[in-house]
Design a binder for this molecule. Sequence first.
Ligand code: NAD
Length: 283
Amino acid sequence: MIFKKIAIIGAGVMGGDVAFDLASKGIRVTLLDISEEILNDTKYEMKNKYNLVKMVKKIIKVQDFDSILQNISFTTQYSDIENFDLIIENISEDIQKKRELYTILEKTSTVQPVYAVNTSCISITTIASLVRIPEKVIGMHFMNPVPLKEMVEMIKGFHTSTETIETCKLFLKKLGKTPVIVNDYPGFVANRLSHLFMNEAAFLVQDQVASPKEIDLIFKKGYGHAMGPLETADLIGLDTVLNSLHILYESYQDPKYRCCPLLKKMVAAGNLGRKSGKGFFDY
Ligand code: NAD
């Protein structure tokens, strides 16, 4: 493997998925979260993920579920990832939390790892400004669900070096992924597009133009997409969609990213989509 010691930070929707994907391809990883409870929930969820991947993809490199789990070390201790060479960061879409994390990480290792930031919208150049060697920071925007999505949007920050890009590209290709390299502006390509249609779909529900089911049906059948905007928002997590819209709005100062009030109300009510069991749809 190109990287010898790999840590995945944040064991929520994305971190758990990334850890599972790597482990199922025979790569040993350490999965770190501040919450023991979330680590346990994620470990439990991996069995469902395993069954889903087996059903959809049929082929899975590491066949047996227990062997996949053995490739993952679960921890809440930053000292367990001292001097790793790749950190894939997937913590909450909150710049203040990311700032605090990178301050800790920079004190954890004497040699700076490559930081691959899995963010929906936060500028990679901003994250790079928090560390010693900004050349070793890159955006690695995995798609959800990670084991089933080949494309990874790779974001080149202002200082990201060619060496970092080429090494990460090779790493992703070895995982069977297809990296697409883009430049750094908040939301990059995927989320500048997707958050506009998810937000507008929420406005359609708020304005009672149609039900969530009908809106998604029109989108899927009319345009040939596999998923509708509202089920996509539920899958991502409505809190993450809301935070991303705030970042887009702040970054561009453009009213096209103003967040739908219904979305804010749903998050305040704890209806976060799949992860809470209720969003635009029930789970
Ligand atoms: P999430 O809220 O499900 O999980 C975030 C996790 O980070 C939580 O388990 C939390 O305990 C943990 N965390 C917070 N601070 C931490 C710290 N200092 N150290 C260790 N762990 C910490 O969020 P998510 O949906 O997994 O998103 C993670 C990142 O990936 C975000 O930046 C998001 O924008 C991006 N992303 C999300 C999706 C998606 O579909 N949900 C897709 C692509 C990218």
